[in-house]
Design a protein. Structure first.
Length: 350
């Protein structure tokens, strides 16, 4: 298991009273809100959701630290951070995020939609102007996988390849994005340049931590390379795949034929990093297994705490692989919250 290497900035002992606005309390957002509500450094939570009754129920369950409010930009005036716990619905959302960053509000987004991640990374100037962090893709994959890639690379002199695979979905919104991703072009980084590949191609048997085991994984419209390439200077190959069944691939061109499960079951991630150490070449493989919504909620919450507590590099926009100065303290905090990583033992592929 990933070692508990100390928390670095001891955010649990801080006396600051951060005010967080949480937009979206589905499977991931509600868990992130719960994690934040139990954190002593959070002085208040504002819960926002298109479903006002759901937002009110979540706020009521979290106790006096939380309140439900309808969305308005005025909510950001006294906020320290904005957590976007879902894909964006309107282009105007980008303008709102840009204004929040310029006003000194840190922003964390869990969305893995390629267009959303590209938009968030495009707000680097605004984040720098406001002196805050813009964390993109802070979920299980990407998110946890970015941190694992940084951990795997820690003992290497040079990182040459990173290969990410994931299995499982965190809730209805995540399931719909998974379904949609097979219709989109996959984005790979090969030999120093971007390469497009057809979604649903590139079948590969990937071994995840038990009890998930081996699953067929395929290319899809995934954003992982967009977040990992800037974090690893000189990396030559970055790929991402997602586990899928034959039915997933066959039905990808059409809308989902039945409502997605209210929350995904057990999911898993696997990160393989290849590189050089001294005169030799090494392969490091890390993985994790958890219910995706649970893991994503914890990653999002800790990202918010790190953003307001000075635990991230910054200011600027990026994924966790770019913004975390050290992966160990972040993983130790996730482990304290029940999300742990595993090291694959034995020889890696040649």
């Amino acid at each position: 298991m990933a070692g508990a290497v100390g928390l670095g900035p001891d955010l649990r002992s801080t006396t600051q009273t951060g005010r967080i606005v949480v937009c979206g309390v589905g499977a991931v957002g509600s868990r992130a809100a719960r994690q934040l509500a139990s954190s002593p450094e959070v002085g208040g939570l504002v819960i926002v959701d298109r479903d006002a009754e759901r937002a009110e129920a979540v706020a009521r369950a979290l106790g006096p630290v939380a309140e439900q409010r309808p969305w308005h930009t005025d909510l950001l005036r006294d906020a320290d951070a904005l957590l976007l716990a879902g894909p964006f619905r309107k282009a105007a959302a980008i303008q709102t995020v840009a204004a929040a960053l310029r006003g000194g509000v840190a922003v964390v987004s869990v969305s893995d939609r390629v267009s959303d991640v590209q938009a968030m990374l495009g707000l680097d100037a605004e984040a720098r102007s406001g002196g805050v962090a813009m964390v993109a893709g802070a979920a299980m994959a990407p998110g946890l996988t970015d941190v694992l890639a940084r951990l795997a690379a820690r003992d290497l002199d040079a990182v040459e390849e990173i290969h990410v695979a994931k299995m499982g979905t965190g809730g209805p919104s995540c399931a719909r994005e998974h379904h949609r991703a097979f219709r989109e072009e996959a984005i790979d980084w090969r030999d120093g340049q971007w390469a497009g590949r057809a979604g649903g191609s590139g079948r590969e048997l990937v071994w995840f931590p038990e009890p998930v085991g081996g699953r067929d994984c395929y290319r899809a419209g995934l954003c992982d390379a967009l977040l990992l390439v800037p974090a690893f200077a000189g990396v030559q190959r970055v790929t991402a795949r997602v586990a899928a069944t034959r039915r997933d691939r066959v039905t990808a061109p059409w809308p989902m034929l039945r409502p997605p499960h209210p929350e995904g079951e057990v999911g898993a991630v696997r990160v393989e990093v290849r590189g050089r150490r001294g005169e030799g070449r090494e392969v490091v493989v890390l993985g994790g297994i958890d219910r995706p919504a649970v893991a994503a909620g914890a990653v999002a919450a800790v990202s918010v705490l790190w953003a307001i507590g000075g635990g991230l590099r910054g200011p600027g926009a990026g994924g966790l692989a770019s913004l975390l100065p050290e992966p160990g303290p972040f993983l130790a905090e996730l482990a304290r919250r029940g999300v742990k990583a595993a090291v694959f033992e034995g020889a890696g592929p040649t």
